[in-house]
Design a protein around this ligand. Structure first.
Ligand code: ZN
Length: 64
């Protein structure tokens, strides 16, 4: 299990949110968290690289 704190940018208000990410193995994981600032649901895809670093990819309704 890889555990990390990750900063993501809210696609709606642009503010930084810190999330605690947990991911097992090399599987990418999808989660939804509410932005702490604007309370809108932010869809996040977590990916792990070969060195075990977690990267967060943020999706939004506009699809970019
Ligand atoms: Zn926000």
């Amino acid at each position: 299990m890889i555990y990390n704190s990750i900063e993501i940018f809210c696609p709606y208000c642009g503010e930084v949110n810190t999330i605690d990410a947990e991911i097992s193995g090399n599987v990418s994981e999808q989660l939804i968290t509410d932005c702490e600032i604007c309370c809108r649901p932010v869809e996040i895809i977590l990916r792990v690289d070969a060195e075990g670093n977690i990267y967060a990819e943020v999706k939004n309704e506009e699809g970019f």
